[in-house]
Ligand binder design. Sequence first.
Ligand SMILES: [Zn+2]
Length: 436
Amino acid sequence: MQRLIIIALITMSVSIQAQVSKVEKKIVNSVDTHHPEALRLLEEVVNINSGSMNFEGVKKVGMIFQAKLDALGFSTKWVDGSAWGRSGHLVAEHKGKGKTLLLIGHLDTVFELASPFQQFKMINDSIMSGPGVGDMKGGDVIIIQAMQALKDAGALENMSIIIVMTGDEELSGRPLNLARKDLIEAAKSADIALGFEDGDGNPKTAVVARRSSFGWELRVEGVPSHSSQIFTKDIGAGAIYEAARIINGFYEALSNEENLTFNPGMILGGSTVEHDKEMDGGSAYGKSNIVAKYTVVTGDIRAISPEQLKKTQDTMREIVANHRPQTKAEIIFDDGYPPLAPVKGNYDLLSYYNKASNDLGFGNVTAVKPRDAGAADISFTAPYVAMAMDGLGPGSAGGHTVNETADPRSIAIQAKRTAVLMYRLTQEKVITGQKK
Ligand SMILES: [Zn+2]
């Protein structure tokens, strides 16, 4: 048994050697050499609070990554976020030849200053804990490590790379067209986008499709009266019956669509309604013997493609317009995160990544089910690049909770996979398809 294992290991290491070029071996060595330094960098940035609304903290984290990228030869800038009510973004560029790769990170976390969760802790060889170790300061450090490795291997010099680390991924500023302008501009000059979110937490998977996330608000109005007059010609159905018809209509028409979900998350109805949008709440006053004048419902839609999203919104509008007697209703769609549609280019990119992973001896990487992938910044780049893939961040668990952890070993593994993938993508033989 033991001998068999040894033989298997020798065979495996021989086959890895054969699959990895001289430059790629240098990449692997650089990541290993810089691994302790990478973990120190991660500890440093995790210990700086950067809740999305802590503008100073977000910028401070940005400055640390900026200095690292400056030292690697990138031209960097801090883009002030006051126009969209947030801290800002770090944008770095490395001019070179051939295809342009866009790398996406974010500097903010969901943990504001009031959170009890503020400190980095190394629990053991395979678990570290702290706000953002997985989502996604760990991913940002992987970006830095990969750039360092490409430089050490002499590959960075000729490469064309843009890095955007947003300061408001977890609680994006508004209007979104300003908050994501720099990312979209970068995508327009890029051929391939790579996101370093931790995806579903499993480094053996990557995200090549994810659904959009859009909000909606339904506002309904009826004619108030004594309840004894409901259903008469002049009074009609009232706002609550109308809202119930609409919501049930959504369910009947759309709940069986594959990869589509829409969830009414809050409802307020009665004679008067105070809806506090900022607080996602409000209050309502009404009596059982009065026909309701107002109803407000808020919810979300998650769709796999721009086409599915549009079809859903059109169907919802049609249902809303089909009023019960003496009622009015309108539905308003918020601007939100677009989908990352499951296009062929993304699956091709995953196959290159999978090949790089196998050649490095790290095994297969498969696609996350779109329904299990939350919205993220990479979606904004999807309309402009030929290929996009996210989830290249560390192995992690407990994201967005005080139990967030990540696997320190995965920082090195992901940096190796990423740097080798990037190196191969910029070699002429790789076909990236048509840029949009
Ligand atoms: Zn994130």
